[in-house]
Ligand binder design. Structure first.
Ligand SMILES: [Zn+2]
Length: 96
């Protein structure tokens, strides 16, 4: 089993269903930007958010391509990657 691929899929599913959001923040004009942690090289190829397309990067950060790069950037053993991939599942087991 390719664990990296598996984790990418888990995070992708979570972000698709919006149970896990990409890490970032919005400015005064409600344009969303990824945090340094979330940002990958692929993000530089995306059209920068404008007032009209304020979520262009947020949408990009929920794509499989970006999540794959994110997992590669930090590695599958990174605590934050573990947290966003299995965190919710653990909470469910605890009944929270
Ligand atoms: Zn990206």
């Amino acid at each position: 089993m390719d664990l990296e691929k598996e984790i990418t899929n888990i995070i992708y599913k979570k972000r698709s269903s919006r149970s896990q959001s990409p890490d970032g923040s919005t400015d005064k004009a409600d344009r969303w930007y990824p945090s340094e942690w979330e940002h990958c090289d692929c993000c530089d190829l995306i059209r920068q958010p404008t007032r009209r397309w304020n979520w262009s990067l947020l949408k990009h950060c929920s794509t499989k391509k970006h999540i794959k790069n994110l997992v590669e950037k930090h590695g599958i053993g990174h605590p934050d990657i573990v947290k966003i991939s299995v965190g919710k599942v653990i909470n469910k087991v605890k009944g929270e």
